[in-house]
Design a protein around this ligand. Structure first.
Ligand SMILES: [Fe+2]
Length: 387
């Protein structure tokens, strides 16, 4: 309650601040500009080297074309802003101010980092994220190991994968026709940079322009078949269908699969679920109208799991890994194609140093993100949006 009263008071002060701050001689400025200072790449740069080529538990890193180290943030990737430390503004109001900046910056830069927001915990982040005004989307049908934060309905722990595993570059649920349009991460516990915990990113357009045209043509022509193998939770798997669909009710799962026009079957003896569908490697961006590379033949490929600590010492038939990809006609995708896509992604990737309370917003259709392995503490929360 005390806090509510404080913010009500702050709002009165704020309206005066807005009035005086908005007398600007530069017409291109928007009201929220006066609450932020742009940060230079050096101010968010990586503080130590993060090996990529040959990195343990990074899918494909023993192959050709990986850069030796992860590059550091460069001008505009991500676009970074520091919130005014003097502004006494509620998380909700910061949400509105940040939305104003996102409307302006996200179409051009695709990734926007906000530093120094007064968000103390997951509850503050939930209030902030809701105030951005994007419609939230659930993680139903997602392939990762992701759970809701206790007491929250829209805020997730970013991942529950083992910390020594490197999650490769991907667009969130880019393997599915149902995917978030924006991914918002919040740093609750700052990683110790030396011990890892970086969230690299890469622009889809840069990767697309550097892929071998013959690889792109073949994928366009044959498309990609995505398969999933989701065991019943009684088998204690990496990810069960109950976890993926957030229900124990098979009918609800079938409702989802039929709505999406996916092919599926239940294994009789095991009660495990297998489903699959075919998608092209490109799509049209709903806002810019550009043809974009939006696909995951590599991330969904079972080599992703074969090289992870979760499946060490385990050998399964190809289709029994949690996910796998083929060409649309069911023929295998050549290992060198998977390797080429992975290496092209990492050659375009950059990282930045997380600070506690940082928020980064990714346009999920134009930016891929990943996570490098870490030791020590690191806690990133996630919020996904439908628009
Ligand atoms: Fe992700």
């Amino acid at each position: 309650m005390a806090r509510t009263r404080f913010y009500q008071g702050a709002r009165v002060i704020l309206s005066g601040m807005i009035e005086s701050r908005s007398f600007s001689s530069k017409p291109q400025l928007v009201e929220s500009d006066s609450f932020f200072t742009p940060l230079e790449p050096e101010e968010i740069a990586l503080k130590c080297k993060h090996q990529i080529a040959g990195r343990k538990f990074l899918p494909g890193s023993q192959g050709k074309g990986f850069p030796e180290y992860l590059a550091s943030a460069r001008k505009g990737l991500p676009y970074a802003l520091r919130a005014d430390p003097e502004a006494e503004v509620s998380p909700e109001r910061w949400g509105q101010l940040c939305r104003d900046q996102l409307n302006k910056m996200l179409p051009e830069y695709n990734a926007v980092l906000f530093r120094n927001l007064p968000l103390l915990d997951g509850k503050d982040f939930a209030a902030f994220a809701a105030s951005l005004g994007y419609k939230p989307i659930s993680y139903e049908g997602g392939t990762g190991n992701r759970y809701l934060v206790n007491g929250e309905t829209e805020v997730y722990f970013s991942t529950s994968d083992p910390p020594d595993f490197n999650i490769e570059l991907h667009n969130e649920m880019g393997c599915s026709p149902v995917h978030p349009k924006k991914v918002i991460f919040f740093c609750l516990i700052e990683p110790n940079e030396e011990l890892g915990g970086v969230t690299p990113m890469a622009r889809n357009s840069e990767i697309f322009s550097q892929l071998d045209p013959s690889v792109v043509e073949k994928l366009k022509e044959k498309k990609i078949r995505y398969t999933r193998y989701l065991p019943h939770e009684k088998h204690k798997p990496y990810a069960s269908w109950q976890q993926s669909f957030m229900t124990n009710d098979r009918e609800k799962v079938e409702e989802f699969l039929e709505r999406e026009n996916f092919n599926y079957e239940w294994e009789k003896d095991t009660e495990n679920l297998i489903y699959w569908y075919v998608l092209p490697p490109t799509m049209t961006h709903p806002v810019t109208g550009r043809k974009i590379w939006f696909t995951q033949p590599n991330v969904h490929h079972n080599t992703y799991y074969k090289e992870s600590p979760m499946f060490q010492g385990v050998t399964l038939p190809d289709h029994m890994y949690p996910t796998h990809t083929y060409y649309g006609d069911g023929s295998p995708i050549e290992p060198e194609v998977i390797e080429h896509i992975r290496a092209t992604g990492w050659r375009n990737a950059v990282g930045f140093s997380w600070k506690k309370r940082d928020v980064i917003v990714f346009d999920n259709l134009t930016i891929q993100h990943s996570r490098l392995s870490f030791r020590g503490d690191r806690l990133i929360l996630a919020y996904l949006t439908a628009e």
